[in-house]
Design a protein around this ligand. Structure first.
Ligand code: ADP
Ligand code: MG
Length: 807
């Protein structure tokens, strides 16, 4: 009986989770052929079975094996998008979301209104969308609106190995959403896809998944990659080094694409320019150049004599499939390779293909940049074969490491660095810094060279340096200040951060301390101090965010400093607060007393210098308010004086300030000022929330005395924007004011415009959330997302559409 019951249970379970229909896809023969070569196709059955039988499935496969492009198609064909909802795929990088949606649309022969993407400021999603690529931030925002994600039948978290904070939070949230959906009879599937093999944080985390999800491994065809290390490791000019290495590869080695890894957009463009100059390419017979070239380049290019283009022998992919595939273990290859190239002479003679068919140095290099913010049509170029008679050279940032696989790459040049976000321990100011990558990343990069035939990876650093790399990159969540993280999560309406199932959790004590700090800063609502002690303690760990907290969350600094910034705004001393925050981030403003100046470090000179610098510090400390207000004011004084003097090296030298520090402070001030300006009106609204006023619309005008008048919560009569205000003629619908003065009329002074959408976010107490009003009034958008806004004394209402789902 039990067996029978079990079988019945299982078949019922299946009915629930198994879509009945098979949806045919009309692919072109070329696409079909290319697909069949992808390793993941061999695993379709296994994957779909795992998905059918489990709420969550993990797929682990080498980059380029076809995870991102094929798995959504498997699901689509199996009917997961037919009636039950959309298939959603998240990517940590925008470039991947856009590019993959285009690719999948093309492979499936479907329009982009069916296979679509949504990233922060743009997208092409329609009501017909069945497969939706998006950034992880976009999905987080959607969860804020609809916790059950009812419009999705499957969510795929792609590139989970990157361990971005958003990806980690998403996995935590979805580990709860999926069972909830299944309980409610609206089945939903979760898939986690990852490139490298460290998935234990997801699968062996009891808090995350009670039953460990099955892991489907996809073995990719990988050819051996010989790794060459540099003897020396250039500390500064690695782009110059990359340039020389690329030139040598192009001059000396047989055909095959070159992929260069650098760290950022500026570097990528710089190297592209240099390479294009060295090996010019022209399209057809016209002297038309690739994008991004200067007029200067053009002139030089026109002078270059151009030889007839030579067509290179085509690489026959099929001939190589006979090679043993198990030689492709990247880690092993990278470990054994350990060849050190002389810096002066690149020993490229060991190429397995032989040196007799060296590339003709006059062959043009078809140089393409690739980075996250590159326009989609420019990105798409890397996937097309290079023009005949040229060699492809892609200069890329980390996006080419696992997100995008470029066909035909045989040589990889790896600078060994990566641009990472760092958070200042004290101020929480985040900035990008170039740092060494991890061994896992370096091996991923090397692997890009062995996709279609044996390849070579040239590392611009020594094997000793490689040995010092960390094994894996840490999860971002562990590198981020905790109070910052808690505030961000509260902003996502995740109130019980303490109970959150993090794949890699921060320490409990740190989380508790962060909650307390945020309450004390006013970023979280102070819970009532009544009831049982235990309940009170519980309540203190699940406080919702306040309007001020939301404003603070939008600053790129720690909550403590965000609070200073928002107060600074209200008190009209924002530039000073920004200067102090920037100075605190840089910290060492003054020359080190003990650092030897120059080379002649005789002890008498050192002593002199010491005495001089000590004197300087005393002078700085003795300035005006500093005596009273201490170190922060000393910093502020130094920043102000230095700025006044034009931030010159001489001024710094004369006054014992570190020039580098002052330049960095200047940069941070710019960055913070921009960030604050971007959210400023929201801050104003948070601070002056009770001073909200709404312009009475033409349609509402019952009495002419209200013309151009504003309604405030507390006054029965209209108030007006003071003629001295910059907004006097603009008359925005919503404003906040600093004060009201009465002369001939009641005038608002210190007026700032606010966007209608901010009101329900920051001043929910003034809003009613509910079904659309039936009022046919013209200013009322009767969509499902309408909000009524009223003031406590006199009711007035307004409707608007909530902003599109965006991060
Ligand atoms: P994975 O996600 O496992 O890293 P992908 O699904 O991204 O693998 O890639 C599978 C294959 O599809 C790769 O060989 C890649 O080169 C190819 N590919 C991906 N996008 C494009 C595109 N826009 N044009 C041509 N080929 C592409
Ligand atoms: Mg992928």
């Amino acid at each position: 009986v039990t067996a029978e019951k079990n079988e019945k249970d299982i078949s019922e379970k299946k009915k629930l989770s198994e879509p009945a229909v098979f949806v045919p896809v009309d692919r072109s023969p070329e696409v079909q052929e290319a697909r069949l070569k992808l390793p993941i196709l061999a695993e379709e059955q296994v994957i779909m079975e795992a998905v059918r039988e489990n709420p969550c499935t993990v797929i682990c496969g080498e980059t380029g094996s076809g995870k991102t492009t094929q798995v959504p198609q498997f699901l689509y064909e199996a009917g997961y998008a037919s009636s039950s909802g959309t298939i959603g795929i998240t990517e940590p990088r925008r470039v991947a979301a856009v590019s993959m949606s285009h690719r999948v649309a093309k492979e499936m022969n479907l329009p982009t209104r069916v296979v679509s993407y949504q990233i922060r400021y743009e997208g092409n999603v329609t009501s017909d969308t069945k497969i939706k690529f998006m950034t992880d931030g976009v999905l987080l925002k959607e969860i804020q609106k609809d916790f059950l994600l009812q419009k999705y039948s499957v969510i795929i978290i792609d590139e989970a190995h990157e361990r971005s904070v958003y990806t980690d939070i998403l996995i935590g949230l979805l580990s709860r959403i999926v069972p909830l959906r299944n309980k409610k009879g609206m089945p939903m599937k979760l898939m986690v896809m990852s490139a490298t093999l460290r998935v234990e944080d997801f699968t062996e985390n009891q808090k995350l998944f009670r039953n460990p999800p099955p892991v489907v491994k996809v073995d990719a065809r990988q050819f051996p990659v010989t790794v060459h290390f540099n003897k020396r490791t250039p500390l500064e000019d690695y782009t110059g080094e990359a340039f020389h290495k690329t030139c040598k590869i192009h001059r000396m080695l047989p055909p095959g694409g070159i992929l260069v890894f650098l760290t950022g957009q500026a570097e990528v463009h710089g190297l592209c320019r240099r390479l294009r100059k060295a090996f010019p390419y022209r399209r057809g017979n016209t002297a038309e150049r690739e994008d991004g070239d200067t007029a200067d380049d053009m002139k030089k290019f026109k002078k270059t004599k151009h030889k007839e283009t030579v067509s290179l022998p085509r690489i026959d992919l099929d001939n190589y499939s006979a090679l043993p595939l198990d030689e492709g273990d990247e880690d092993r290859e990278a470990g054994i390779g350990d060849e050190e190239d002389g810096d002066s002479d690149l020993d490229l003679g060991d190429d397995p293909v032989g040196t007799e068919d060296k590339c003709d140095p006059s062959i043009p290099l078809y140089v393409l940049p690739l980075y996250s913010l590159l326009a989609p049509d420019q990105q798409a170029k890397v996937f097309r074969p290079p023009p005949p008679g040229t060699r492809l050279c892609v200069v890329a940032t980390n996006v080419a490491e696992t997100s995008l696989t470029i066909p035909g790459i045989k040589y990889v040049v790896d600078c060994g660095r990566v641009k990472k976000r760092f958070y200042d321990r004290v101020t929480g100011v985040s900035s990008f810094k170039v740092t060494w990558t991890s061994q896992a990343s370096a091996n991923q990069r090397a692997g890009r060279a062995g996709r279609t035939e044996p390849g070579h990876c040239y590392r611009l650093y020594s094997s000793a340096v490689f040995g010092d790399f960390s094994l894996f990159s840490e999860a971002e969540i562990t590198r981020r200040p905790v109070e910052d993280l808690v505030l961000q999560m509260k902003d996502l309406n995740i109130d019980k951060v303490i109970n959150f199932p993090f794949p890699t959790p921060p320490s409990f004590e740190a989380l508790v301390a962060a909650e307390e700090l945020l309450i004390s800063l006013g970023a979280l609502e102070e819970p009532p101090r009544s009831g049982r002690v235990k309940e009170m303690q519980q309540a203190r760990l699940s406080c919702p965010i306040t309007p001020l907290g939301r404003a603070m969350a939008s600053f790129p600094v720690s909550p403590r400093y965000a609070k200073m910034l928002s107060l600074g705004k209200q008190q009209d001393c924002l530039p000073y607060v920004i200067a102090v925050v920037a100075a605190m981030t840089v910290r060492e403003l003054f020359e080190d007393l003990d650092r030897p100046a120059g080379s002649e470090d005789e002890s008498s000179k050192l002593a002199q210098r010491r005495a001089r610098l000590t004197q300087m510090r005393r002078l700085w400390a003795g300035q005006g308010a500093s005596l009273l207000l201490g170190d922060l004011m000393v910093m502020l004084g130094a920043v102000g004086a230095c700025e006044f003097a034009g931030c010159s090296p001489k001024f710094c030298e004369d006054n014992g300030l570190r020039y580098k520090a002052m330049v960095e402070i200047r940069r941070l001030r710019g960055q913070l000022t921009n960030a604050v300006n971007a959210v400023c009106p929201e801050i104003v609204l948070a601070g002056l929330g009770d001073h909200l006023a709404r312009r009475v619309q033409e349609e509402e005008l019952l009495d002419p005395k209200w013309k151009n008048g504003y309604k405030t919560p507390l006054l029965d009569d209209p108030v007006f924007i003071h003629p001295s205000s910059a907004l006097f003629k603009k008359l925005p619908e919503f404003v906040v004011y600093q004060e009201i003065t009465e002369t001939s009329k009641m005038y608002m002074r210190g007026v700032s415009a606010v966007e209608a959408e901010w009101v329900p976010q920051l001043l929910p107490q003034y809003c009613h959330f509910g079904a659309p009003l039936e009022s046919p009034l013209p200013w009322f958008c009767s969509s499902s997302g309408t909000v009524r806004c009223h003031c406590p004394s006199t009711f007035f209402r307004v409707g608007w559409q909530l902003p599109a789902v965006e991060m």
